[in-house]
Design a binder for this molecule. Sequence first.
Ligand SMILES: Nc1ncnc2c1ncn2[C@@H]1O[C@H](COP(=O)(O)OP(=O)(O)OP(=O)(O)O)[C@@H](O)[C@H]1O
Ligand SMILES: [Mg+2]
Length: 205
Amino acid sequence: MNGIFISFEGPDGSGKSTQIALLKEYLENKGYDCLVTREPGGTKISEQVREILLDPANKAMGYMTEALLYASARAQLMHEVILPALEAGRAVICDRFVDSSAVYQGIARGLGVDEIYKLNAYATEGVLPQLTIHLDLPASVGIARKKDQKDLDRMEQEASSFHEKVAQGYRDLAKLAPDRIKTVDATLPIRDIHSRIVELVETVF
Ligand SMILES: Nc1ncnc2c1ncn2[C@@H]1O[C@H](COP(=O)(O)OP(=O)(O)OP(=O)(O)O)[C@@H](O)[C@H]1O
Ligand SMILES: [Mg+2]
């Protein structure tokens, strides 16, 4: 694999999209060929799976169904987009990846972290990002940042206790893989967070 693979993780509203846009600009200015993608989604098929996953009408969805659908959207994204881009030597930045499943389905839904990683090893062909940026902030802060947004999706509509489990789940996960998952305080100003992320990214090139 010639390219570089970086994922961004964190609760809703933690600043993933904001920081990914800044990192993309930084890497492109340095001459890197950058590909930004997101989960669930990033391919025609994966975006169709995303609609099923995030449709608030799908209240009957079981947790295992949810985990398998995330994994299937991921498998298609890996096969169609991420692996070819890495083979071509590009810098791939993914907005959420396998750690989102570990936290949301493994911890917050209670399916088990090991079980979720095992399941996703099939979907990802065993490939993990070289670096995962974990944007850490209290769930309530993320929710407050998004309070003006109407139309919350099925996951965003979960109770605040669920979002607290997610925020804490990310902290616990980062401790399990400290070499790969780097935590950044997402309550800092946007530019300070970006500087810290650049320092971390420089260590993997
Ligand atoms: N460090 C920050 N301090 C204050 N506000 C921020 C910060 N970073 C981002 N924001 C604002 O918070 C909101 C959510 O940010 P953003 O969309 O980047 O988060 P996200 O993690 O991508 O959210 P989502 O989970 O919905 O995709 C935006 O209005 C953004 O401008
Ligand atoms: Mg976003």
